[in-house]
Design a protein around this ligand. Structure first.
Ligand code: IFM
Length: 453
């Protein structure tokens, strides 16, 4: 039977992970302590007090993991580099063993015919820098540029796709305002400073990447949800707009040269986050943040319906999906593929990035092995199939979507949820480190092979 859905010829099929979520070896071979080591070692911060000390032991099992990727037919692998493995104190002395680890990983990938796609900051920054103030201080951004220089000099001859920061909104808001991610602070003023320094350091890092990695492409990855008011009441619409402003526009607007969005400046001022306005913006910062990039990375997981629970809100009825596993993943995130067509189109037609990579998309379901050793994760397969269709629709509408990275290659440490949430297309037994391809992975393999389904 002919494929119904065929992706463009050079479309890239990949999968993604992040250093702290899979590597383990948290204090091996000269690695410095990260903010996530410190946070997870503080009792009461993470569900079940889980931590990433061992995680998937990928630091030792990377060869087997590449073999798995090869078996799957992955064309590209998105991973992140643990900054404290490379610069244990955040700046200054380089840990050659850390560089060697990533260098061997990259060589192994290339040998297996898999294109490496590296993220520089997927959250596990050196604790020494946090002790000096972390992202709310500008010098952390300067250290990030030094780290970028060191690692792109070492790998830039072989890695040609680079992401500066993964989801800076999550770092700023969950780490410094809500306190549920490292470093666990709760101060809106600090979170806005953190957001700004993440953005400035992104813009500073891009030319460094380009000069050390010839012909490389560089971009940033932002998380985006499909924010929908549940009615046309003013309250619901404002709620959706502000949520989009906080999580997406606050980052995308400056990266695309529009400065910080005025409605959000007003909103953050009301929240007490900007007591002195935007006085932390130094001359030249906004131009730096807007340094042109080669692509926009987007992480999409679902829809966020906004219904403000207030007696003054219009009494409108709305119909969210029923709470069944095909509609809601175990993160309690809504499975809403149409939103993916929506966000891809919205981002392209609004911001005009040269191209877009979907750097993460996937679903958490805990389905484990059956008596025959298969993992029948049918809900995940459905989730992926419907999202692939949604991505395809966006491409047909003219969106330059160049690649798709399923989150995640393997079950792993899911931040504040510990090991309770499983996003992998590969099952991991965390006692034995056994890996099993789930049914979704087998299905994905066939999609990659046919470039469609
Ligand atoms: O596991 C995370 C990842 O590290 C960043 N994006 C969202 C994923 C699922 O929560």
């Amino acid at each position: 039977m002919a494929n119904k859905i065929v992706f463009p010829k050079n479309f890239i099929w990949g999968s993604a992970t992040a250093s702290y979520q899979i590597e383990g070896a948290w204090n091996k071979h000269g690695k410095g302590e990260s903010t996530w080591d410190r946070f997870t070692h503080t009792p009461g911060k993470i569900r079940n007090n889980d931590n990433g000390d061992v995680a998937n032991d990928h630091y030792n099992l990377w060869k087997k993991d590449i073999a798995l990727m090869k078996k799957l037919g992955l064309q590209s692998y998105r991973f992140s580099i643990a900054w404290p493995r490379v610069l244990p104190a955040g700046r200054g002395k380089v840990n050659q063993k850390g560089i060697d680890f990533y260098s061997k990983l990259v060589d192994g990938l290339l040998k297996a015919g898999i294109t490496p796609f590296a993220t520089l900051n997927h959250w596990d920054i050196p604790q020494t820098l946090e002790d000096e103030g972390g992202w709310p201080v500008r010098s952390t951004g300067d250290a990030f540029v030094e780290f970028t220089d060191v690692i792109t000099r070492a790998l830039g001859d072989r890695v040609k796709s680079w992401i500066t920061h993964n989801e800076p909104a999550v770092v700023a808001w969950l780490g410094y305002e809500l306190g549920v991610h490292a470093p666990g602070l709760k101060d809106p003023k600090l979170s806005l400073l953190a957001a700004h320094h993440l953005l400035v350091s992104h813009g500073q890092a891009v030319p460094v990447i380009r000069s050390n990695s010839k012909d490389a492409e560089a971009g940033i990855t932002l998380n985006i949800g499909w924010k929908v008011p549940a009615s046309n009441s003013r309250m619901d619409m404002d709620s959706a707009r502000l949520d989009d402003g906080r999580w997406f526009r606050w980052f995308a607007d400056p990266v695309y040269g529009r400065g910080y969005p005025a409605d959000m400046v007003e909103y953050f001022t009301k929240l007490g986050g900007l007591p002195n306005g935007l006085d932390f913006v130094k001359p030249g910062d906004m131009e730096t943040i807007a340094t042109p990039t080669d692509f926009m990375g987007l992480n999409y997981y679902g829809r966020n319906l906004h219904r403000v629970d207030d007696p003054k809100n219009d009494p409108q009825i709305f119909f969210p999906h029923p709470k069944t596993p095909e509609h809601w993943t175990e993160m309690d995130w809504e499975n809403y593929p149409q939103g993916l067509t929506g966000v891809l189109s919205r981002v392209y037609f609004n911001y005009n990035p040269l191209k877009i990579y979907l750097t993460e998309n996937g679903a958490s379901y805990s389905t484990g092995p059956d008596e025959n050793g298969n993992v029948p994760d049918v809900h995940r397969t459905n989730y992926l199939r419907t999202h692939f269709e949604a991505a395809h629709r966006a491409i047909q509408a003219g969106v330059p979507l160049a690649g798709y990275f399923v989150w995640s290659l393997m079950d792993n440490f899911e931040w504040s949820f510990g090991y309770a949430q499983r996003f992998g297309i590969v099952w991991v037994n965390f006692e034995t480190q056994e890996r099993i391809l789930k049914d979704s992975a087998k299905w994905y393999k066939a999609v990659i092979k046919k470039n469609g389904f």
